[in-house]
Design a protein around this ligand. Structure first.
Ligand code: 13P
Ligand code: 13P
Ligand code: MG
Ligand code: MG
Length: 370
Protein backbone atom coordinates (compact mmCIF):
# COMPACT_ATOMS: atom_id res chain seq x y z
CA UNK A 1 0.00 0.00 0.00
CA UNK A 2 1.37 3.39 -0.96
CA UNK A 3 1.33 6.40 1.35
CA UNK A 4 0.36 9.90 0.28
CA UNK A 5 1.95 12.85 2.04
CA UNK A 6 0.00 16.09 1.44
CA UNK A 7 0.61 19.64 2.57
CA UNK A 8 -2.29 21.94 1.79
CA UNK A 9 -2.10 25.54 3.02
CA UNK A 10 -3.90 28.85 2.96
CA UNK A 11 -3.80 32.27 4.55
CA UNK A 12 -7.27 32.62 6.05
CA UNK A 13 -6.52 35.63 8.24
CA UNK A 14 -3.49 37.25 9.85
CA UNK A 15 -2.84 38.13 13.50
CA UNK A 16 -2.12 41.04 13.45
CA UNK A 17 -1.75 42.21 9.86
CA UNK A 18 0.19 39.54 7.97
CA UNK A 19 2.38 38.45 10.92
CA UNK A 20 1.09 35.16 12.30
CA UNK A 21 -1.72 32.58 12.46
CA UNK A 22 -3.97 32.99 15.53
CA UNK A 23 -3.85 29.93 17.88
CA UNK A 24 -7.65 29.56 17.69
CA UNK A 25 -7.33 28.75 13.96
CA UNK A 26 -4.69 26.11 14.70
CA UNK A 27 -6.97 24.63 17.36
CA UNK A 28 -9.92 24.58 14.97
CA UNK A 29 -7.86 22.83 12.25
CA UNK A 30 -6.53 20.30 14.79
CA UNK A 31 -10.08 19.40 15.86
CA UNK A 32 -11.32 19.10 12.29
CA UNK A 33 -8.44 16.85 11.19
CA UNK A 34 -8.70 14.75 14.36
CA UNK A 35 -12.27 13.87 13.35
CA UNK A 36 -11.04 12.92 9.84
CA UNK A 37 -8.38 10.70 11.43
CA UNK A 38 -10.97 9.05 13.67
CA UNK A 39 -13.12 8.46 10.57
CA UNK A 40 -10.06 6.84 8.90
CA UNK A 41 -9.94 9.37 6.06
CA UNK A 42 -6.52 10.46 7.29
CA UNK A 43 -3.88 8.12 8.66
CA UNK A 44 -2.24 10.98 10.50
CA UNK A 45 -1.81 14.75 10.46
CA UNK A 46 0.03 17.71 11.92
CA UNK A 47 -1.19 21.31 11.85
CA UNK A 48 1.48 24.02 11.71
CA UNK A 49 1.98 27.61 10.62
CA UNK A 50 4.60 29.70 8.94
CA UNK A 51 3.92 33.41 9.40
CA UNK A 52 0.25 33.97 8.56
CA UNK A 53 -0.17 30.71 6.63
CA UNK A 54 -2.15 27.81 8.09
CA UNK A 55 -0.49 24.54 7.07
CA UNK A 56 -2.27 21.16 7.02
CA UNK A 57 0.24 18.31 6.88
CA UNK A 58 -1.63 15.04 6.23
CA UNK A 59 -0.94 11.40 5.43
CA UNK A 60 -3.48 9.07 3.82
CA UNK A 61 -3.95 6.33 1.20
CA UNK A 62 -6.08 8.31 -1.24
CA UNK A 63 -3.35 9.38 -3.68
CA UNK A 64 -2.61 12.88 -4.95
CA UNK A 65 -5.50 15.16 -5.95
CA UNK A 66 -7.96 13.07 -3.92
CA UNK A 67 -11.33 14.79 -3.76
CA UNK A 68 -12.03 13.78 -0.14
CA UNK A 69 -8.70 15.21 1.06
CA UNK A 70 -9.10 18.43 -0.89
CA UNK A 71 -12.67 18.74 0.34
CA UNK A 72 -11.55 18.25 3.95
CA UNK A 73 -8.89 20.95 3.51
CA UNK A 74 -11.27 23.37 1.83
CA UNK A 75 -13.90 22.90 4.57
CA UNK A 76 -11.22 23.40 7.23
CA UNK A 77 -10.10 26.66 5.60
CA UNK A 78 -13.72 27.84 5.26
CA UNK A 79 -14.45 27.15 8.93
CA UNK A 80 -11.17 28.80 9.92
CA UNK A 81 -12.18 31.82 7.83
CA UNK A 82 -15.43 32.06 9.79
CA UNK A 83 -13.44 31.94 13.01
CA UNK A 84 -11.06 34.59 11.63
CA UNK A 85 -14.05 36.82 10.86
CA UNK A 86 -15.41 36.35 14.39
CA UNK A 87 -12.04 37.31 15.81
CA UNK A 88 -11.69 40.24 13.40
CA UNK A 89 -8.40 38.92 12.03
CA UNK A 90 -6.79 40.69 9.11
CA UNK A 91 -7.68 39.62 5.58
CA UNK A 92 -10.05 36.82 6.70
CA UNK A 93 -10.38 34.32 3.86
CA UNK A 94 -7.51 35.97 1.94
CA UNK A 95 -6.52 32.89 -0.05
CA UNK A 96 -10.00 31.44 -0.65
CA UNK A 97 -10.60 32.94 -4.05
CA UNK A 98 -13.69 31.08 -5.15
CA UNK A 99 -17.05 30.21 -3.56
CA UNK A 100 -17.66 27.25 -5.83
CA UNK A 101 -15.58 24.30 -4.61
CA UNK A 102 -15.70 21.50 -7.14
CA UNK A 103 -13.59 18.69 -5.72
CA UNK A 104 -10.03 20.06 -6.03
CA UNK A 105 -8.38 23.03 -4.32
CA UNK A 106 -6.08 23.66 -7.31
CA UNK A 107 -6.72 27.07 -8.79
CA UNK A 108 -8.95 28.01 -5.83
CA UNK A 109 -6.29 29.89 -3.83
CA UNK A 110 -4.73 27.37 -1.39
CA UNK A 111 -1.23 26.03 -2.17
CA UNK A 112 -0.49 22.32 -2.22
CA UNK A 113 2.35 19.83 -2.47
CA UNK A 114 1.58 16.11 -2.54
CA UNK A 115 3.58 12.93 -3.10
CA UNK A 116 2.39 9.32 -3.26
CA UNK A 117 5.14 6.76 -2.68
CA UNK A 118 6.11 3.31 -1.49
CA UNK A 119 7.52 3.68 2.01
CA UNK A 120 11.07 2.49 2.53
CA UNK A 121 12.12 0.61 5.69
CA UNK A 122 12.71 3.97 7.31
CA UNK A 123 11.22 7.03 5.67
CA UNK A 124 12.43 10.51 6.71
CA UNK A 125 10.24 13.27 5.23
CA UNK A 126 10.71 17.00 5.65
CA UNK A 127 7.88 19.53 5.29
CA UNK A 128 9.16 22.97 4.28
CA UNK A 129 6.88 25.97 4.66
CA UNK A 130 7.69 29.52 3.54
CA UNK A 131 6.05 32.89 4.13
CA UNK A 132 6.40 36.19 2.21
CA UNK A 133 7.74 34.62 -0.94
CA UNK A 134 6.82 32.76 -4.12
CA UNK A 135 7.22 29.17 -5.45
CA UNK A 136 10.47 30.05 -7.29
CA UNK A 137 12.10 30.52 -3.86
CA UNK A 138 12.46 26.71 -3.78
CA UNK A 139 14.46 26.56 -7.05
CA UNK A 140 17.81 27.39 -5.44
CA UNK A 141 17.64 24.99 -2.45
CA UNK A 142 16.04 22.09 -4.39
CA UNK A 143 18.71 22.41 -7.07
CA UNK A 144 21.43 22.49 -4.39
CA UNK A 145 20.07 19.36 -2.67
CA UNK A 146 19.60 17.18 -5.74
CA UNK A 147 22.18 18.52 -8.20
CA UNK A 148 25.04 20.42 -6.57
CA UNK A 149 27.92 18.25 -5.31
CA UNK A 150 29.30 21.20 -3.33
CA UNK A 151 26.10 20.97 -1.26
CA UNK A 152 25.36 17.25 -1.40
CA UNK A 153 28.42 15.11 -0.89
CA UNK A 154 26.31 12.00 -1.64
CA UNK A 155 26.17 12.94 -5.34
CA UNK A 156 29.89 12.16 -5.43
CA UNK A 157 30.43 9.54 -2.75
CA UNK A 158 27.17 7.57 -2.45
CA UNK A 159 26.82 5.10 -5.36
CA UNK A 160 23.02 5.21 -5.02
CA UNK A 161 22.93 9.02 -5.61
CA UNK A 162 25.78 9.18 -8.09
CA UNK A 163 23.64 8.99 -11.26
CA UNK A 164 21.78 12.16 -10.29
CA UNK A 165 18.09 13.03 -10.51
CA UNK A 166 15.36 14.13 -12.92
CA UNK A 167 13.75 17.56 -12.48
CA UNK A 168 10.22 18.42 -13.61
CA UNK A 169 10.23 22.15 -14.39
CA UNK A 170 7.06 24.17 -14.97
CA UNK A 171 6.79 27.28 -17.07
CA UNK A 172 4.10 28.92 -14.96
CA UNK A 173 3.42 31.70 -17.46
CA UNK A 174 2.90 29.40 -20.48
CA UNK A 175 1.48 26.47 -18.41
CA UNK A 176 3.93 23.90 -19.85
CA UNK A 177 6.36 21.50 -18.24
CA UNK A 178 9.61 19.78 -19.18
CA UNK A 179 11.59 16.88 -17.64
CA UNK A 180 15.33 17.52 -17.35
CA UNK A 181 18.15 15.23 -16.26
CA UNK A 182 20.97 16.25 -13.97
CA UNK A 183 23.95 16.22 -14.27
CA UNK A 184 23.63 15.74 -18.08
CA UNK A 185 21.47 18.83 -18.66
CA UNK A 186 22.54 20.86 -15.66
CA UNK A 187 23.46 24.02 -17.55
CA UNK A 188 20.16 24.06 -19.47
CA UNK A 189 18.31 23.38 -16.22
CA UNK A 190 20.02 26.35 -14.55
CA UNK A 191 19.30 28.54 -17.58
CA UNK A 192 15.61 27.97 -16.86
CA UNK A 193 15.33 27.86 -13.09
CA UNK A 194 17.55 30.91 -12.57
CA UNK A 195 14.52 32.80 -13.96
CA UNK A 196 12.61 31.86 -10.82
CA UNK A 197 9.51 34.00 -11.34
CA UNK A 198 8.71 32.01 -14.49
CA UNK A 199 10.32 28.56 -14.31
CA UNK A 200 9.79 26.60 -11.12
CA UNK A 201 10.83 23.14 -10.02
CA UNK A 202 7.60 21.20 -9.47
CA UNK A 203 8.94 17.72 -8.67
CA UNK A 204 12.16 15.71 -8.49
CA UNK A 205 12.33 12.00 -9.48
CA UNK A 206 14.99 9.30 -9.10
CA UNK A 207 16.58 8.08 -12.33
CA UNK A 208 15.59 4.68 -13.73
CA UNK A 209 18.98 3.34 -12.56
CA UNK A 210 18.08 4.16 -8.92
CA UNK A 211 16.91 1.55 -6.43
CA UNK A 212 13.94 3.84 -5.75
CA UNK A 213 10.89 3.67 -8.09
CA UNK A 214 11.59 6.21 -10.83
CA UNK A 215 7.92 7.24 -11.14
CA UNK A 216 7.54 8.17 -7.47
CA UNK A 217 8.56 11.76 -6.73
CA UNK A 218 11.12 12.34 -4.00
CA UNK A 219 10.26 16.03 -3.73
CA UNK A 220 7.28 18.22 -4.67
CA UNK A 221 6.70 21.97 -4.45
CA UNK A 222 3.50 24.04 -4.54
CA UNK A 223 3.40 26.20 -7.67
CA UNK A 224 0.10 28.07 -7.33
CA UNK A 225 0.38 31.75 -8.27
CA UNK A 226 -2.36 33.70 -6.52
CA UNK A 227 -2.25 36.71 -8.83
CA UNK A 228 -2.85 34.45 -11.83
CA UNK A 229 -5.98 33.11 -10.15
CA UNK A 230 -7.29 36.39 -8.77
CA UNK A 231 -6.13 38.69 -11.59
CA UNK A 232 -4.85 41.14 -8.99
CA UNK A 233 -2.49 41.20 -6.03
CA UNK A 234 -4.22 39.54 -3.07
CA UNK A 235 -1.27 38.23 -1.09
CA UNK A 236 1.82 36.22 -1.88
CA UNK A 237 1.84 32.55 -2.82
CA UNK A 238 3.91 31.51 0.20
CA UNK A 239 4.91 28.05 -1.07
CA UNK A 240 5.36 24.68 0.64
CA UNK A 241 7.57 21.75 -0.30
CA UNK A 242 8.06 18.09 0.59
CA UNK A 243 11.48 16.44 0.52
CA UNK A 244 12.23 12.78 1.27
CA UNK A 245 15.75 12.06 2.55
CA UNK A 246 18.43 9.38 3.05
CA UNK A 247 19.03 5.90 1.54
CA UNK A 248 19.58 6.83 -2.10
CA UNK A 249 18.51 10.45 -1.57
CA UNK A 250 20.32 13.43 -0.03
CA UNK A 251 20.93 12.94 3.70
CA UNK A 252 18.86 15.08 6.10
CA UNK A 253 21.85 17.35 6.67
CA UNK A 254 22.39 17.76 2.92
CA UNK A 255 18.75 18.73 2.52
CA UNK A 256 19.03 21.37 5.27
CA UNK A 257 22.45 22.59 4.10
CA UNK A 258 20.73 23.94 0.97
CA UNK A 259 19.15 26.65 3.17
CA UNK A 260 22.41 27.83 4.75
CA UNK A 261 22.98 30.73 2.32
CA UNK A 262 19.95 32.95 3.05
CA UNK A 263 19.47 33.37 -0.71
CA UNK A 264 17.49 36.29 -2.15
CA UNK A 265 13.82 35.65 -2.92
CA UNK A 266 10.87 37.76 -4.08
CA UNK A 267 7.70 38.46 -2.11
CA UNK A 268 8.62 40.55 0.92
CA UNK A 269 6.33 43.51 1.85
CA UNK A 270 3.22 43.69 -0.33
CA UNK A 271 4.65 40.86 -2.41
CA UNK A 272 6.80 43.45 -4.15
CA UNK A 273 10.31 43.28 -2.67
CA UNK A 274 13.38 41.08 -2.76
CA UNK A 275 15.00 39.97 0.46
CA UNK A 276 16.96 37.11 2.02
CA UNK A 277 15.18 33.87 2.95
CA UNK A 278 15.79 33.31 6.68
CA UNK A 279 15.55 29.73 8.02
CA UNK A 280 13.84 29.90 11.44
CA UNK A 281 12.31 27.74 14.16
CA UNK A 282 8.53 27.64 14.51
CA UNK A 283 8.65 30.04 17.45
CA UNK A 284 10.34 32.59 15.19
CA UNK A 285 8.06 31.98 12.22
CA UNK A 286 6.35 35.36 12.51
CA UNK A 287 6.92 38.09 9.98
CA UNK A 288 7.50 41.43 11.68
CA UNK A 289 10.23 43.65 10.22
CA UNK A 290 8.79 45.22 7.04
CA UNK A 291 6.40 42.22 7.14
CA UNK A 292 9.35 39.86 6.91
CA UNK A 293 11.98 39.07 6.04
CA UNK A 294 10.82 36.02 4.05
CA UNK A 295 11.07 32.91 6.20
CA UNK A 296 11.24 29.16 5.93
CA UNK A 297 10.52 26.54 8.59
CA UNK A 298 11.29 22.83 8.31
CA UNK A 299 9.49 20.07 10.20
CA UNK A 300 11.13 16.65 10.04
CA UNK A 301 9.14 13.41 10.47
CA UNK A 302 9.81 9.68 10.28
CA UNK A 303 6.92 7.84 8.64
CA UNK A 304 5.77 4.31 9.41
CA UNK A 305 2.76 2.98 7.48
CA UNK A 306 1.66 6.58 7.10
CA UNK A 307 1.94 7.31 10.84
CA UNK A 308 3.94 10.42 11.65
CA UNK A 309 6.37 10.77 14.54
CA UNK A 310 6.33 14.04 16.45
CA UNK A 311 7.93 16.65 14.19
CA UNK A 312 11.41 17.97 14.83
CA UNK A 313 11.70 21.73 14.35
CA UNK A 314 14.83 21.42 12.22
CA UNK A 315 15.99 25.04 11.98
CA UNK A 316 15.75 25.39 15.77
CA UNK A 317 19.50 24.92 15.88
CA UNK A 318 22.33 27.36 16.68
CA UNK A 319 24.13 25.93 13.65
CA UNK A 320 21.80 28.16 11.60
CA UNK A 321 22.54 31.32 13.65
CA UNK A 322 25.25 32.33 11.22
CA UNK A 323 22.80 32.12 8.29
CA UNK A 324 20.25 34.13 10.27
CA UNK A 325 22.84 36.80 11.15
CA UNK A 326 23.93 37.01 7.55
CA UNK A 327 20.28 37.26 6.44
CA UNK A 328 19.85 40.16 8.86
CA UNK A 329 22.84 42.03 7.40
CA UNK A 330 21.48 41.45 3.90
CA UNK A 331 18.03 42.55 5.08
CA UNK A 332 19.44 45.82 6.42
CA UNK A 333 21.40 46.42 3.21
CA UNK A 334 18.38 45.72 1.00
CA UNK A 335 16.05 47.89 3.11
CA UNK A 336 18.24 50.96 2.63
CA UNK A 337 17.28 50.88 -1.06
CA UNK A 338 13.67 51.80 -0.17
CA UNK A 339 11.60 51.94 -3.38
CA UNK A 340 14.59 51.32 -5.63
CA UNK A 341 15.28 48.10 -7.53
CA UNK A 342 16.60 45.53 -6.91
CA UNK A 343 14.95 45.76 -3.45
CA UNK A 344 11.67 46.54 -5.16
CA UNK A 345 10.78 44.01 -7.86
CA UNK A 346 11.33 44.93 -11.52
CA UNK A 347 8.52 46.56 -13.54
CA UNK A 348 7.29 43.34 -15.17
CA UNK A 349 6.66 41.78 -11.75
CA UNK A 350 4.72 44.86 -10.56
CA UNK A 351 1.88 44.28 -13.01
CA UNK A 352 -0.70 43.88 -10.26
CA UNK A 353 0.25 46.91 -8.18
CA UNK A 354 -0.35 50.65 -8.65
CA UNK A 355 2.59 50.97 -11.05
CA UNK A 356 0.56 50.43 -14.25
CA UNK A 357 -1.95 53.00 -12.91
CA UNK A 358 0.82 55.54 -12.36
CA UNK A 359 1.99 54.93 -15.94
CA UNK A 360 -1.55 55.36 -17.24
CA UNK A 361 -2.12 58.58 -15.32
CA UNK A 362 1.14 60.10 -16.53
CA UNK A 363 0.69 58.79 -20.08
CA UNK A 364 -0.56 62.03 -21.70
CA UNK A 365 2.19 64.06 -20.01
CA UNK A 366 4.99 62.05 -21.60
CA UNK A 367 6.43 64.03 -24.57
CA UNK A 368 8.64 62.56 -27.26
CA UNK A 369 12.31 63.35 -26.75
CA UNK A 370 13.68 65.01 -29.91
P1 13P B 1 22.13 6.81 4.27
O1 13P B 1 22.30 5.60 5.08
O2 13P B 1 20.75 7.32 4.28
O3 13P B 1 22.71 6.70 2.89
O4 13P B 1 22.96 8.01 5.06
C1 13P B 1 24.29 8.25 4.92
C2 13P B 1 24.75 9.18 6.00
O5 13P B 1 25.38 8.75 6.94
C3 13P B 1 24.44 10.60 5.92
O6 13P B 1 25.29 11.43 6.67
P1 13P C 1 0.90 37.36 2.82
O1 13P C 1 0.96 36.85 1.40
O2 13P C 1 1.75 36.53 3.72
O3 13P C 1 -0.51 37.47 3.30
O4 13P C 1 1.56 38.78 2.86
C1 13P C 1 0.98 39.81 2.13
C2 13P C 1 1.69 41.10 2.21
O5 13P C 1 1.42 41.96 1.39
C3 13P C 1 2.68 41.34 3.26
O6 13P C 1 3.26 42.63 3.19
MG1 MG D 1 -1.63 37.48 4.82
MG1 MG E 1 1.57 34.52 4.12
Amino acid sequence: MKTTFSIIKADVGGWPGHALVHPDLIELANKKLAVAKKDKLLIDFHVAHCGDDLELIMTHNKGVDAEEIHCLSWDTFCEATEKARDLGLYGAGQDLLSDAFSGNVKGMGPGLAEIEFTERKAEPVIAFMMDKTEPGAFNYPIFKMFADPFNTAGLIIDPSCHDGFVFEVWDIKEHKNVMMKSPEEMYDLLALIGAKSRFVIKRVFPKTSSKLPSKEAVSAISTEKLYQIAGEYVGKDDPVGIVRAQSGLPALGEVLEAFSHGHLVSGWMRGSHNGPLMPVSLKDAQCTRFDGPPRVVALGFQLKNGKLTQPVDLFDDPAFDYTRNKAQHVMEYMRRHGPFEPHRLPMEDMEYTTLPKVMKKLGPRFKKIK
